[in-house]
Design a protein around this ligand. Sequence first.
Ligand SMILES: NC(=O)C1=CN([C@@H]2O[C@H](COP(=O)(O)OP(=O)(O)OC[C@H]3O[C@@H](n4cnc5c(N)ncnc54)[C@H](O)[C@@H]3O)[C@@H](O)[C@H]2O)C=CC1
Ligand SMILES: O=P(O)(O)OC[C@H]1O[C@](O)(CO)[C@@H](O)[C@@H]1O
Length: 384
Amino acid sequence: MKAIHFGAGNIGRGFIGKLLADAQAELTFADVNQPLVDQLAHQQHYQVNVVGENARIEQVNRVSAIHSNSPDAIQQIAEADIITTAVGPQVLSKIASTLAQGLIARHDNGNHQPMNIIACENMVRGTSQLKQHVLQAMPAELHGWVEEHIGFVDSAVDRIVPPGSAANDDPLDVTVETFSEWIVDSTQFKGALPEIAGMESTSNLMAYIERKLFTLNTGHAITAYLGQLAGHKTIRDAILDPAIRDVVKGAMVESGDVLIKRYGFNPEQHAAYIEKILTRFENPYLHDDVERVGRQPLRKLSEGDRLIKPLRGTLEYGLPHNNLVMGIAAALSYRSGDDPQAQEMASLLHDNGVAHTVTQVCGLQDQPTLVAQIANVYNAMQRK
Ligand SMILES: NC(=O)C1=CN([C@@H]2O[C@H](COP(=O)(O)OP(=O)(O)OC[C@H]3O[C@@H](n4cnc5c(N)ncnc54)[C@H](O)[C@@H]3O)[C@@H](O)[C@H]2O)C=CC1
Ligand SMILES: O=P(O)(O)OC[C@H]1O[C@](O)(CO)[C@@H](O)[C@@H]1O
């Protein structure tokens, strides 16, 4: 099996690339970070340090790497059996043109073997969005061929992989938690499902995407935002602060009540899922800065993402949402000189005021009372 993985970062090396390599795929990483590409291409192996329960060191061998905008990438797409990505939601549109060129070459070479593309990003049905970008970059007469031969498979991906510490001897090595979950939509594959241990399939993907994004990511983001407000540096420190833990757990429960209503999850099992997530945030062996988890607050505050979508769900089912509102107010309070979205958000708040900013950023035009509630909590947080 020939595999190309776009994005040789934390989740690429520490999770998806590792599973592909374990499945004996002939694996090539494609990335824009030339020093990283050079080092991977030269060294061809790296180490995954699994920390927490069942700690162990695992080796990934015989990988190669190319620049993702190179002619090599186009040629490899033309020959691949599976393509995966972990580049970040905002980058999917940027790799679409290379994917399109690769698919055109594949068609022109007469390669009609089925091939599947799986975006492994924190977003709802990211691969379906990538598909639209790819189709836009291809001539209309090839769209039918793409529909017939290329599977665009949505997925949910869950493993906490912070950037390695500067003290690492080898910058290619990654440190990951023991827990991992990669769930793909079985209904979207072309050809046989590839055999990759650690990749689970379901015909009910939306339930799993929302369960992950609106529990782990909701709680994680709120931990980061409240953590920064309280002066904590890491996720572990923040979640061990009882006042923060109460709000985070409360928000995951509020979001969970929506998921239980929407998808019929078992309430006891969902409560256990939340408890497990809280222990994952506490992992003493992972150094995870609140700035990594809180990054790109405008994306995280957008209407389909981990804060506002659960809040909308509580409105839909008439459920409580005070903890989610605190999390959203804390997200608006997030500041980082290194994060362009945090800077843009601070400017919007300064120039337009909190109510207008919340309305626009979160798409809450139809909810003036809720916007006023968020604004009040935000203003109270600034006075502390
Ligand atoms: N790190 C984690 O714990 C998890 C991350 N995710 C998701 O995985 C995705 C990647 O996250 P991380 O690995 O943490 O980020 P990262 O920043 O460590 O890795 C992203 C990689 O993509 C590369 N990249 C950027 N533009 C590119 C392009 N045009 N072509 C090819 N490569 C390009 C970057 O150079 C970088 O190596 C995100 O969507 C994130 O939400 C999902 C679950 C867990
Ligand atoms: O990668 P994003 O969407 O910026 O958000 C960070 C989140 O992603 C993760 O890295 C993995 O799910 C979490 O640790 C965190 O909730």
